[in-house]
Ligand binder design. Structure first.
Ligand SMILES: C=C(O[C@H]1C=CC=C(C(=O)O)[C@@H]1O)C(=O)O
Length: 384
């Protein structure tokens, strides 16, 4: 496939060829290699990001590539820059974990680790949030922490991705180039939104318990989560919000009446499904997903109050964590997942993130332990 283009179109030509992006779900794996253009701008109503997306797709198609793809990452705070990567073509395969090489990540030595949010700071924020709830200002908030690890050498992004998909075959695994030669990577259990022609689907999660290694104990934990009034309450904010936002665009839809339990490599979650038939005028997959973001699974209720609390109290910049990532084709079909159980690869440093939903009745110490358990999904990649 040629990458030589006319001088008139040089501004859209890749300086970044061979920056691989990968996105895997249970049903398919997408690999895209020939990066044509990267947009870095906020995806909010103040910027012309939609026009730029249309221009990029049109430009790539005019060069003779009929099936371009956008694979990108949107931050938690949409006032910060998103990264939208445009590829001229992509390969789509059916997952077959038996054929994947059974390696773990490069055997690097970890030199240092540093908490960006220490446990007392997190627990203090939880207590402040509970106070705000008791005075009626907020009903739910998701608070998070991050840890940075420094290794003696850089991990191979491709190996990280292979390990993630092998360890988490039911998750949405991703590896996406972002600014400054960094990558975000992860294994998210949470589908924010998929659109395939007029079919839309969302699988919100909220309410969690760490898994044990003992089967009987796991049965007890699942049962306790399923019947926990506090976790059902925490979950309800998310499904109510998704139903409210998406039903506006649907001719018909259905939503789970009671949640199921979704099992990941490290956690149990309460899980609901929303499915609908979109109206002909409904927005494309990315814009529909942006209407949902940030859901109460990563922010809180009411959204503006929770978002402001997070920005003022959390004590670090979430950036891509708890945003969304995924892909979209030029017809507006796509899959966007919540950027959780993820990390940021920056040369020989890796930053990992995890959060937990807080409602009245939450206990600060238990919530901290929940974030640590969630982080284990990523730590397993490095065999810690
Ligand atoms: C915010 C995270 O998880 C969300 C998704 C599932 C369950 C959650 C919870 O029970 O708190 C969170 O809302 C995270 O993993 O960092």
């Amino acid at each position: 496939m040629t990458t030589q283009k006319s001088s008139a179109s040089q501004s859209l030509i890749s300086n970044y060829q061979n920056q691989l992006a990968c996105f895997a779900s249970r049903n398919h794996h997408i690999y895209a290699q020939h990066l044509i253009h990267q947009i870095h701008m906020p995806v909010n109503s103040d910027t012309p990001f939609n026009q730029q997306i249309t221009d990029c797709f049109n430009f790539i198609k005019a060069q003779g590539y009929p099936h371009p793809i956008l694979i990108g990452a949107i931050p938690f705070d949409t006032n910060q820059n998103a990264t939208l990567n445009f590829y001229s073509e992509f390969e789509q395969t059916t997952p077959n974990s038996a054929q994947q090489p059974a390696h773990t990540a490069t055997p690097n030595t970890m030199l240092h680790q540093k908490k960006l949010v220490e446990r007392p700071v997190f627990e203090h924020s939880v207590k402040l949030a509970l106070k705000a709830m008791n005075s009626g200002n907020m009903q739910k908030i998701v608070l998070s922490q991050a840890t940075e690890f420094e290794f003696n050498q850089q991990h191979s992004p491709e190996q990280l991705f292979t390990t993630l998909t092998r360890q988490n075959p039911d998750a949405y695994s991703f590896l996406i180039p972002v600014e400054d030669n960094q990558y975000i990577f992860g294994a998210s259990p949470e589908l924010l939104l998929s659109r395939q022609q007029q079919q839309v689907r969302s699988n919100p999660l909220a309410g969690s318990r760490p898994r044990s290694s003992n089967t009987e104990e796991n049965n007890r934990i699942r049962n306790e989560l399923y019947h926990s009034a506090k976790d059902r309450y925490e979950h309800q904010f998310v499904i109510d919000n998704i139903r409210h936002q998406l039903s506006k665009y649907c001719n018909e839809y259905s939503a789970s009446e009671t949640p199921d339990i979704l099992t990941t490599s490290t956690m149990f979650h309460l899980s609901s499904v929303f499915q609908g038939q979109l109206q002909p005028s409904a927005p494309d997959a990315l814009n529909l997903a942006l209407h949902l973001h940030p859901t109460p699974a990563v922010c809180g209720t009411p959204t503006p109050v929770a978002k402001q609390f997070i920005l003022s109290h959390e004590g670090y910049n979430r950036h891509y964590y708890s945003g969304l990532n995924g892909w979209m084709d030029a017809e507006g079909n796509g899959e966007w997942v919540v950027t959780i159980r993820n990390g940021l690869l920056n040369q020989n440093k890796i930053r990992l993130y995890a959060g937990a939903g807080i409602v009245v009745g939450s206990d600060a110490a238990t919530e901290w332990l929940e974030t640590e358990a969630k982080m284990q999904t990523m730590l397993n990649v490095f065999q810690f």
